[in-house]
Design a protein around this ligand. Structure first.
Ligand SMILES: Cc1cc2nc3c(=O)[nH]c(=O)nc-3n(C[C@H](O)[C@H](O)[C@H](O)COP(=O)(O)OP(=O)(O)OC[C@H]3O[C@@H](n4cnc5c(N)ncnc54)[C@H](O)[C@@H]3O)c2cc1C
Length: 270
């Protein structure tokens, strides 16, 4: 069995326990993330888990790459604690303001800098933005086949994978030559608990931080200049409902409720 080189794209996202503290910048229409603890987007942990499992069977190397602000190194320490071999952070003002396409260009450029690879893995969608676009866009950038909603991966031979993907009402099995990009769902595996010595490994390892110049990123492809989409408006939805209590005898309450539902068009007129 040939050892494989695997790279996981891991997005730093605000810890969901602090989401009530998140606010929107009215000018840029982006989230104000300052002061909110960050974690690895949950499905990216499934991707890391799958790569570690493959490495346990076949040998090889598991690298993680993130694009984010400098404090993303805290999140990448968690990846080291889980057992990855190498973590790389792309961090530079030149990457800021990126939409999904410019994010994919930055990650794709960073992946090229890491050298040869066999499998690139993503979460199927991130916890916060959740567009599910970045995985396929990175694959397109690198010119390799890609699969989304991946829930099982097996090897046919050293250079071919069999991929099970979720589709409406069932699943589909496809084979692909390596290198390949896989965007995984939570059903692919159960993420391991951090090993006992995980925190110790993490303190011994150092995340490499690369600027846009370090990875020779093309200025027009990254950050705001590389983003063909922009947020033109953001609206907060008021989720509170107007409550109304109908009082009286049960039969009377039921009759009034039916009348109200008919008046609101929820129930058809008899
Ligand atoms: C016009 C515009 C401007 C924006 N400006 C900003 C900004 O200034 N600051 C900001 O923080 N966000 C900004 N965003 C949001 C940013 O584009 C998204 O967070 C990013 O592209 C990822 O999109 P997503 O969350 O939908 O990822 P998805 O496509 O749902 O993610 C799928 C998978 O791709 C991988 N992935 C995605 N993003 C990363 C990453 N950064 N590093 C590593 N892997 C990743 C992960 O494996 C993830 O599970 C902006 C968006 C738009 C449209």
């Amino acid at each position: 069995m040939r050892p494989l080189n695997m790279i996981i794209c891991a997005k730093p996202v605000p810890d969901s326990r602090y989401w009530d503290k998140l606010t929107l910048d009215p000018k840029t229409k982006t989230l104000r993330r300052e002061g909110i603890p960050i974690v690895i987007s949950p499905l990216d942990k499934n991707a890391i888990e799958e790569a570690l499992k493959i490495k346990e069977q076949r040998g090889g190397k598991v690298s993680v790459i993130s694009m984010g602000p400098p404090n993303t190194t805290e999140v990448l320490a968690m990846a080291y604690a889980l057992g990855v071999d190498e973590a790389v952070l792309l961090s530079d003002r030149a990457f800021a303001g990126a939409d999904t396409l410019a994010t994919a260009a930055a990650l794709g450029t960073g992946i090229k800098k890491l050298g040869d690879f066999d499998i690139i893995m993503f979460g199927n969608e991130s916890l916060d933005g959740s567009t599910g676009q970045v995985g396929p866009q990175v694959a397109e950038f690198l010119g390799i086949p890609s699969f989304t909603r991946v829930e099982k991966v097996e090897f046919v031979d050293d250079n071919t994978v069999k991929v099970q993907t979720r589709i409406e009402g069932g699943y589909m099995i496809t084979e692909s030559k390596l290198p390949v990009a896989l965007a995984v769902t939570k059903d692919i595996n159960q993420v391991r608990l951090m090993p006992v010595f995980g925190a110790l490994w993490a303190t011994e390892k150092q995340t490499k931080v690369y600027s846009a110049t370090d990875v020779a990123a093309v200025k027009e492809q990254i950050g705001t200049p590389g983003s063909p989409t922009w947020v033109s408006d953001v609206t907060s939805i008021d989720m509170r409902r107007k409550g109304e209590i109908i009082k009286g005898e049960p039969a009377e309450v039921a009759r009034k409720l039916v009348e109200k539902l008919k008046a609101a068009g929820v129930l058809p007129e008899a």
